[in-house]
Ligand binder design. Structure first.
Ligand code: 2PG
Ligand code: MG
Length: 406
């Protein structure tokens, strides 16, 4: 069996032009795994904490390398246990979520390379403990076609306005739908003299819109070829924590500051007017009253999606399940830091019958680990922004590649 021979990190740029790290794990049979680290802009308060890039590189090249060289790369649980124990903090702040994540995922990639199997097959074996049978479930892509919040320079408070193809749509057709709707939207914006600059996730970021107008545009763009409410649906990542100030939700483009109850009313109006099936982080992560009331009112007809609320952390998810706050979860490995904890989180979500959405970060790179992860755990959805920009389409294209191969 191959052993870990070297572990080394280097500095690279992410899609936002910020420095991040990439770690290379080489085994003694020459197999290789390389893993860059993505970065969020709207982060949950309980996410794993990154350390500064040069420090992270030093930690990977020395502290972590010293302990893991010579170890068995196929024992992912043991590798991750060592990383977690070496760090010793609840939020990975000593070694850094970035250092730990890059090593954890690069080891899995090197192991898959050594076995000469596809990464998703290897991850599936790790996740389920069984060899992958031939069946593949493809996630439905969720396209963020219009950007606001911390991902854009416009005034929109809500972060992501998304289109979601109907569940039984084959992956290639779903991708085509996202592309068509995106280009239709571009034309409509140009026709009405709005700008078509794009935000961090490739969606347009025109000035001068409010939530209603944004959804009207998207609906119109989808309606050019598709039946909204039948072929395709709408969704939003509110990322409410990013405009929660002093106990109120500040929707500055409409000059309104809303209480939790008033924001519920606001959503009520949106949900009556639009074919929304997906609402992510509708309330600030500590506003459990808002989450709980929202869940009670809408969980039978909507995906009530927890991202910042649970940050891929099994303990926080257990609490959200107990309190009945959400029926769907976002999975971002870098929020928690290791592959093993990510798997634990997905298993817990599955046990609670929640929908699973594997997601990119707003600052990302052309790596497609999350696509293989989505295939390995049979995620219901994958969220990777608009169908443009290298770092966004890398994820969609990887799933398309597997789809085309079968
Ligand atoms: C989110 C993510 C990805 P960020 O909130 O869901 O879309 O954004 O990476 O900035 O946290
Ligand atoms: Mg989110």
């Amino acid at each position: 069996m191959a052993k870990i021979e070297t572990i080394s990190a280097r500095k690279i740029l992410n899609s936002r032009g910020q420095w991040t790290i990439e770690t290379k794990v080489v085994l003694d049979d020459d197999s290789v795994g390389i893993q860059p680290v993505p970065n969020g802009a709207s982060e949950g308060e309980n996410e794993a904490v990154d350390v500064e890039v040069d420090k992270a590189i030093d930690i990977v090249n020395n502290t972590i390398s010293d302990v893991l060289v010579g170890k068995d790369p196929f024992d992912q649980k043991e590798i991750d246990k060592i990383l977690v124990e070496m760090d010793g903090t609840p939020n990975k702040s000593r070694l850094g979520g970035n250092s730990i994540l890059s090593v954890s995922l690069a080891v899995a990639k090197a192991a898959a390379d050594s076995e000469e199997i596809e990464l998703y097959e290897y991850l599936s074996e790790l996740y389920s403990g069984k060899e992958k049978n031939g069946d593949i479930t493809y996630p439905t892509p969720i396209f963020n076609v219009l950007n606001g919040g911390k991902h854009a320079q416009n005034k929109l408070s809500f972060q992501e306005f998304m289109v979601i193809p109907a569940l039984n749509t084959p992956f290639d057709r779903a991708l085509e739908m996202g592309v068509n709707i995106y280009h239709n939207l571009e034309e409509l914006l140009v026709d009405e003299d709005f700008e078509t600059a794009v935000g961090d996730e490739g969606g347009f970021e025109p000035q001068g819109l409010c939530c209603d107008v944004a959804l009207d545009f998207i609906k119109k763009a989808a309606n050019v070829q598709y039946d909204v409410g039948n072929d395709v649906f709408l969704g939003m990542d509110i990322a409410a924590g990013s405009f929660y100030k002093d106990g109120k939700y500040d929707i500055n483009e409409e000059n309104i500051e809303l209480t939790t109850e008033e924001l519920m009313e606001y959503y009520n109006r949106m949900l009556t007017k639009y074919e929304l099936i997906y609402m992510e982080d509708p309330f600030y992560e500590k506003d459990h009253k808002g989450w709980s009331d929202f869940y009670k009112s809408y969980s039978d007809r909507l995906m009530v999606v927890a991202d910042d609320l649970v940050v891929t952390n099994p303990a926080l998810l257990a609490e959200a399940i107990k309190k009945k706050l959400a029926n769907a979860v976002i999975v971002k490995p870098n929020q928690v830091g290791t592959l093993t904890e990510t798997f634990e989180f997905v298993k817990l979500a599955r046990k609670a019958k929640m929908n699973v959405i594997v997601s990119h970060r707003s600052g990302d790179n052309v790596d497609s680990f999350i696509s293989d992860l989505a295939l390995a755990v049979s995620a219901d959805f994958i969220k990777s922004g608009a169908p443009v920009r290298g770092e966004r389409v890398a994820k969609y294209n990887r799933i398309l590649e597997v789809f085309q191969d079968h």
